[in-house]
Design a protein around this ligand. Sequence first.
Ligand code: AMP
Ligand code: GLY
Length: 417
Amino acid sequence: MNVLIIGSGGREHVLCWKIKQSPLLDSLYALPGSPAISEIAQCADIAMDDFEGIFKFCEDKKIDIVIVGPEAPLAGGLQDFLVAKGVKVFGPEAAGAKLEASKEYAKEFMKKNEIPTADFKVLTDYEKAKEEIKNMKHPLVIKADGLCAGKGVRICFEESESLMALSDFMDKKIFGASGSRIIAEEFLIGDEASIMAFVDGKDFLILPVSRDHKRLMDNNEGPNTGGMGAVCPVNLDDDTISIIKKEILERFIEGLKKENISYCGIIYVGLMFTKGGPKVLEFNVRFGDPEAQAVIPLINEDLLEIIIAAIDGKIGGKKLSIKSGSCVSVVLSSGGYPENPEKGKELKGLENFINSEEIMIFHSGTRKDGDTWLTNGGRVLNIAAMATNIEEARDKVYFSISNISFDGMHYRKDIGL
Ligand code: AMP
Ligand code: GLY
């Protein structure tokens, strides 16, 4: 079987690493991929929004399955385009990807299908919005409706901060059209977790629960980022898992059916455990990044086989066998991240690093100049380690990190604490 993975980051690197182990695989390709991914998959310089180019590549290479990593091509209709031409795709159609691409749509979907989430109001007019938030309780969460690479959410403790957020999103339009509609949302308190499940449109198969660390600095301080590290599993009691399945995932599947959405792929539920029970913060329509780097290494099964089952509508009744123990994955980021990440810094220590069953490096933003690895993005590397428990996995990860360096390198020291 020939498999094509769309994307170029750490999530796509771990997907390639896992799919590469499948006995069902003949050839593995990635578009555009990255220099690190090209060590295990054949990459070509075709952009993720070049749908015609991707289709032609599928024809040339006789691709059997396309697995889409990031949300943007899904929201842009890549699945719809390829499926219409007879290509099998793991990833939802654009109508399903709207659950991530429009927070307003996601909130309305949750409300209609009685999926627990924070109370909210949609604001569409800047002048009116400034008046409306004066009557809203603070802290208040202001969210831009559209895709903003994880930066479109502001927790506003005072009215002045809400006004600033409205000004940035609606007036200055720092995220362009993504901020022209706003969700003003009730502030929730509790621990967070990421629930991911394979979905075939009728059934779901839940993956082990993980936790991202979204803030830049230790103790959850500093600005929100795309995610600074993840741990898996996060142990939840059976009652909580049962509530998540019944009140969130089953209602999600029912909602898809009602809306006639064809959904084969991953649903990612960002959850907060409040005093009133688990509530959904967001839906993503793909594997989390960096969660995938901590969850996928723990899967015993052949990932390709599960993806084929999802495409064939046969997820119901499947079971996932998970390795015992824990995985901790820590992101090494560039100086200046998330605002103005520096690039082009030489990575030192990688040459001595040997990927093993227990410790792996997944590249998020690197490039190669001759034999030298250079940084090429905000999030640069993910170091992931597996061990019998979280403490040992942490020790392994942080020991490995001590051998790697680059100018301006930053990472959180409290992943999994
Ligand atoms: P989102 O992209 O919607 O998941 O939001 C990013 C982060 O903002 C979440 O991981 C939470 O830490 C925080 N957040 C989002 N919505 C809320 C809320 N209603 N109450 C408190 N924190 C929130
Ligand atoms: N880790 C959060 C995300 O993938 O959106």
